[in-house]
Design a protein around this ligand. Structure first.
Ligand code: IPE
Ligand code: IPE
Ligand code: MG
Length: 238
């Protein structure tokens, strides 16, 4: 693969990159390993990715880690994922803190095991003052659920005559503190959104790659940003 890092121009750098981290199961299957091994490896590559994102000057990264639809998987896999996420936050929180990363969470924590929920809440609380980069973990996240939730949250505090607007919607989405998604990456050769960032991806540039998430490296991230830099974003204009 070309050294895309060296081909990057200083601008434009996407402010917000959203990643659908897909293909852990197939990565494991190819190696005759249990699916859980793919998830484990998938979690390990997050740290080098954060470093590259910081180095490139990306302001925010959203990672799709568990969808509202993933509850349809066998209970053992789901429970394994919660354990893994708990371990991830326990192990990585100091690194994220020292790198100046502010951790955010998108989704509903209600159905999660209490201990998993606590580690995520602690990660969010203990990094709240960090400013270098936003790392938004989308866990038990669904775009439709987010939109319905936002409308309901708005309605609870809206005056009787108040009109619903795009700006009001945005203020009630999980991503209210994040810039718009400029670049959306999906790994593993699937060409769909799977209920991710339905509102926020309205004008995102989409990059699909066949690379399975556990094989995704900083070089692949640079390549996606390179592809982004080749695009002409018109936003409906000329
Ligand atoms: C993505 O990898 C991780 C989660 C959805 C939790 P998959 O587990 O979907 O991997 P494949 O698509 O089966 O290969
Ligand atoms: C999307 O991947 C969800 C995450 C990466 C967390 P899936 O593997 O669940 O999506 P589908 O089932 O292929 O659409
Ligand atoms: Mg998948």
């Amino acid at each position: 693969m070309k050294d895309y890092r060296s081909l990057l121009k200083p601008k434009p750098i996407p402010a917000h990159v959203a990643i659908i981290m897909d293909g852990n199961g197939r990565w494991a299957k190819k190696r005759s390993l249990p699916r859980a091994a793919g998830h484990r490896r998938g979690a390990e590559i997050i740290e080098p990715m954060m470093d590259t994102a910081i180095e490139l000057g990306i302001k925010a990264v959203s990672l799709y880690a568990f969808s509202t639809e993933n509850w349809a998987r066998p209970r053992t896999e789901v429970m394994g994922l919660w354990r893994l996420q708990e371990e991830f936050f326990a192990k990585k929180i100091d690194t994220m803190r020292s790198r100046g990363i502010r951790v955010l969470h998108s989704g509903s924590l209600k159905r999660l095991p209490p201990s998993t929920r606590r580690t995520i809440e602690e990660a969010v609380a203990s990094t709240a003052k960090n400013r270098r980069m936003l790392l938004n973990f989308c866990i038990n996240y669904g775009g439709r659920q987010e939109i319905v939730g936002a409308v309901n949250r708005w309605r609870e505090q809206a005056g009787p005559k108040e009109e619903f607007t795009e700006a009001r919607m945005e203020r009630h989405l999980y991503t209210r503190d994040l810039p718009a998604v400029d670049l959306l990456i999906r790994t593993s050769g699937e060409y769909r959104l799977s209920n991710f960032m339905l509102w926020q991806a309205a004008y995102a540039e989409l990059v699909f790659t066949d690379v399975l998430w556990p094989d995704f490296t900083s070089r692949h991230l640079c390549r996606a940003v390179y592809e982004y830099q080749q695009r002409e974003r018109r936003f409906g204009g000329l």
